[in-house]
Design a protein around this ligand. Structure first.
Ligand code: ASP
Length: 375
């Protein structure tokens, strides 16, 4: 990245810092403070893109990254890469472990259901060498939507199948249908159902020690959770996958960012791959993963590019119900990225958390850089 573009990028980050307590490491330039004016150009980052670009340098070693819940996925995918598997086969096999795990309530089997108590899954895959993609959304009854997404890519002329059509397609390919709602996820949903409104006939179980009164506490938060996993081979070929049960208690048919190419995942073989987790609506609205990859194409490091996309979300969050008292997003999004040359990084709107990375012979968690620190 040229000095010029790096200055612009850091200036933009510092503006966010003044607006709301950004990570000190980023507050390196004395940008003017002041509150962002919604809808104005004043708070928008100037174009950070450099004249030069790091496109085309191949990694000399394989690297696999994933969201924080993906340590088993990076392990599996790396083992397969080392044995010569193609990167898409490797990352899908990695996330299948989490999709099939009933204990992970954010992905696949055991995911938290929609408001009707039905689990609906979203997933997409993208393969760098051919720039092909496949996706399924609001898919019911299939434990491994990432495999169905791959078949959409390989065995149809389409990119995205949804709902009943996606299920029929999976059936045609012999996928076993199962009830994805585990007892644990059903109990979580039932607690939400009984407590989320005082204005219906659902009652919580009587509580011990308070004379049998019904709890009215609306203390059950909506939860997010997803796995994204991207890999680059030693030859510089990239692939990625994102898979999720989406926002808990969502309106049936709601589709998040995870199956949307360019939002929850984007792969460009000459540049890098990126994926996201967190509030999908915000990611869709800025074409998040595409934004990250384009920023890398124009010279940002993976971590800078992820932070740039978080800043874009902060700039574009102009609705009061989605902002805190200081005008910052009151939700979180995380981006993960790996460049073709094997560099990797991640960033979130709110600091905290880790991402999984298998590189240089070590599978581990690394910290995620945040745009804002919690007060
Ligand atoms: N991004 C996912 C969605 O909005 C959820 C998540 O990552 O937590 O569906």
């Amino acid at each position: 990245m040229s000095d010029y573009s790096r200055r612009q990028f850091l200036g933009a980050a510092a503006t966010a810092a003044v607006a709301g307590g950004v990570t000190p490491a980023l507050a390196v330039q004395g940008a003017p403070g002041g509150t962002r004016v919604p809808g104005s150009a004043a708070g928008m980052a100037p174009s950070p893109f450099a004249q030069e670009s790091a496109v085309g340098v191949a990694a000399s070693r394989p690297v696999v990254i994933a969201s924080g819940n993906g340590l088993r996925a990076t392990e599996k995918a790396m083992a397969m890469l080392v044995e010569g598997a193609d990167p898409l086969t490797a990352v899908i096999a990695g996330v299948n472990i989490v999709e099939e795990d009933p204990k992970d309530n954010s992905v696949g089997y055991g995911g938290i259901p929609n408001e009707d108590g039905v689990v609906e899954l979203d997933s997409c895959v993208m393969y760098g060498p051919t720039h092909q993609a496949g996706a399924v959304a609001a898919l019911r009854n299939i434990k491994t939507p990432s495999r169905v997404a791959r078949l959409v890519m390989e065995r149809t002329d389409h990119v995205l199948l949804v709902g009943e059509g996606a299920l029929r397609f999976a059936r045609a390919h012999g996928f076993e249908e199962v009830n994805l709602l585990t007892d644990e996820a059903r109990e979580i949903w039932l607690r939400w159902k009984e407590r989320h409104s005082d204005d219906d006939d659902w009652l919580s179980p009587p509580e011990q020690g308070n004379g049998g009164a019904q709890s009215k506490a609306r203390d059950i938060l909506r939860t997010y959770g997803t796995i994204n996993c991207c890999a680059v081979t030693a030859g510089g070929d990239l692939a990625g996958v994102t898979t999720t049960s989406g926002l808990s208690y969502k309106i049936p048919g709601r589709v998040g960012d995870s199956p949307i190419i360019g939002a929850g995942l984007y792969v460009e073989n000459e540049v890098g791959a990126a994926g996201s987790t967190g509030r999908g609506e915000a990611v869709i609205q800025i074409c998040g993963s595409h934004t990250v990859v384009e920023a890398m194409r124009h010279g940002m490091s993976p971590q800078e590019a992820c932070l740039h996309a978080c800043k874009r979300i902060a700039d574009c969050t102009r609705v009061d119900r989605l902002r805190d008292a200081k005008g910052r997003p009151n939700f979180d999004v995380k981006f993960y990225a790996v460049a073709r040359d094997g560099r990797h990084g991640a960033a979130s709107i709110w600091s905290g958390g880790h991402y999984a990375v298998f590189a240089d012979g070590r599978n581990r968690h690394e910290p995620i850089v945040g745009l804002y620190e919690h007060d």
